[in-house]
Ligand binder design. Structure first.
Ligand code: NDP
Length: 444
């Protein structure tokens, strides 16, 4: 058994019933094999064992009272995974599926993603199994206040800076920040994704979706092509999906399908993003509404059918494991050429293998969706300086960061003799910096 295999075997034995964490660790460590082979000192320093073990895991009770006076109790999590290159940084997810395995997979991915941005941020992630769907504004506020009443003691602008993720958007970040400020009596950049009037950064809302499309654009450009006239399918209808759609359309692509967790819409004429924003951001309704409002659009129950729609570019932007082996095969058979992961780990390991075998340009999440956290780090910089940068300045920095990440992962893949394998390239490029920082800081 080699070093990577023995670390993975021990991780699985010590952390049973954490399939998502196993999946992410397997994808990452397999890709790091060539690096580990060149650095025998890593094994002597048990670097991989330390890398896959969070520095700290906080789990807590979140009690709250609904509008009818009934008391509920949810689970709260914050995994502070790695602070070698900066304060822990990563979003909070509120979704009924949240458990320790999911938070740990997200936290592990986050370490390398944050490193890839080139900015000084470590990796962390958190959340709750609370379901915001169908809750009133007051219930959301009371839940966020209760969540922060425990979380505040573990975070800080130089310690751990959470942000949004699934189910945590501007509204939730606002309530969380309000409670932090009330308890700690300090107005600091302890959460990112804040509203513009109270310390947020322009472009943060758009950043993950825009960043994803900037990277796809660069990958196309390096192959003498562009987004102009390309057919694009995007899964999800949340923050990442909406702004990926906006940027792709502005660069001339035809986005024809999107979904929420109930079903998908197919609009051959091109998605009307103003209608999506009205339904999803303003009225908070189901995507089914779109077909009722736009002539010629179809609605289909269920999500996986979206991958049967022929497209040049697929951008999964909803959640983990949306594209399995069968969906990947269908996409390839229908001519997909590029897959850019906006969501975290939306493609299964088997799905990735299908894309690689077919020569699809596959841009993995930790690189392709790093624009959100990169812009969060720019928000932290602005908070520290007590200054606001204009939209164009933040957007230009975001674009440059995405172009740099693309080339860093491309270079890393070539340096280690796996050209075009961006899964390996992203893992290697992200890991190199974290590994050298961990080695420099001793056995901690
Ligand atoms: P949102 O909550 O804004 O949107 C999530 C979207 O995905 C919704 O349309 C939701 O549908 C759908 N969805 C969620 N779970 C499922 C599911 N199990 N099956 C089908 N559809 C589902 O989240 P974000 O857009 O912020 O996040 C989307 C992905 O991007 C996540 O993987 C997140 O980790 C990742 N990401 C987000 C970043 C950000 O800046 N926001 C940064 C980097 C990564 P419904 O409303 O019906 O639940």
């Amino acid at each position: 058994m080699d070093y990577v295999e023995s670390v993975l075997a021990s991780l699985k034995a010590k952390n049973p019933n954490e399939p998502e964490f196993h999946q992410a660790a397997t994808e990452i460590l397999e890709g790091l094999r060539p690096v580990v082979a060149q650095h025998p000192e890593y094994e002597r320093a048990a670097l991989l064992e330390r890398f896959v073990e969070p520095e700290r895991v906080v789990m807590f009770r979140v009690p709250w009272v609904d509008d009818g006076g009934k008391v509920h109790v949810n689970k709260g999590y914050r995994v502070q995974f790695n602070s070698a290159i900066g304060p822990y940084k990563g979003g909070l997810r509120f979704h009924p599926s949240v458990n320790l395995s999911i938070i740990k997979f997200l936290g592990l991915e986050q370490i390398l993603k944050n490193s890839l941005t080139g900015l000084p941020i470590g990796g962390g992630k958190g959340g709750s199994d609370f379901d915001p769907k169908g809750k009133s504004d007051n219930e959301i506020m009371r839940f966020c206040q209760s969540f922060m009443t425990e979380l505040f003691r573990h975070i800080g602008q130089d310690t751990d800076v959470p942000a949004g993720d699934i189910g945590v958007g501007g509204r939730e970040v606002g309530y969380l920040f309000g409670q932090y400020k009330r308890i700690c009596n300090e107005h600091v950049g302890v959460l990112t994704g804040r509203g513009i009037p109270y310390g947020g950064s322009l472009v943060r809302t758009e950043a993950t979706g825009y960043g994803l499309v900037y990277m796809v654009e660069e990958a196309l450009k390096c192959r003498g092509d562009s987004l102009e006239g390309k057919t694009v399918v995007i899964s999800g209808a949340g923050n990442v999906a909406i702004y990926a759609c906006e940027k792709a359309q502005s660069l001339g692509a035809n986005v024809v399908a999107m979904y929420d967790s109930d079903g998908y819409i197919y609009d051959r004429a091109g998605i009307r993003l103003d209608v999506i924003k009205q339904i999803k951001e303003v009225e908070r309704l189901r995507i089914k509404e779109y077909a009722a409002r736009v002539a010629g659009a179809e609605y289909h129950e269920g999500c996986t059918g979206i991958w049967t729609i022929p497209c040049d570019i697929a951008l999964p932007c909803a959640t983990q494991n949306e594209i399995d082996e069968a969906s990947a095969k269908t996409l390839v058979a229908n001519g997909v050429k590029y897959v850019g992961e906006g969501a975290n780990m939306p493609t299964t390991l088997e799905g990735i293998a299908v894309f690689r075998a077919a020569g699809v340009v596959f841009l993995p999440a930790k690189a392709a969706n790093a624009g959100g956290v990169a812009t969060s780090a720019l928000e932290m910089a602005q908070s520290s300086q007590r200054i606001f940068w204009p939209f164009e300045k933040v957007d230009a920095q975001l674009k440059q960061i995405m172009i740099d990440i693309y080339h860093n992962m491309d270079d890393a893949a070539s340096r280690y003799n796996v050209p075009g394998n961006y899964v390996a390239g992203a893992n290697i490029a992200g890991f190199e910096k974290v590994a050298s920082a961990m080695m420099a800081q001793g056995i901690v």
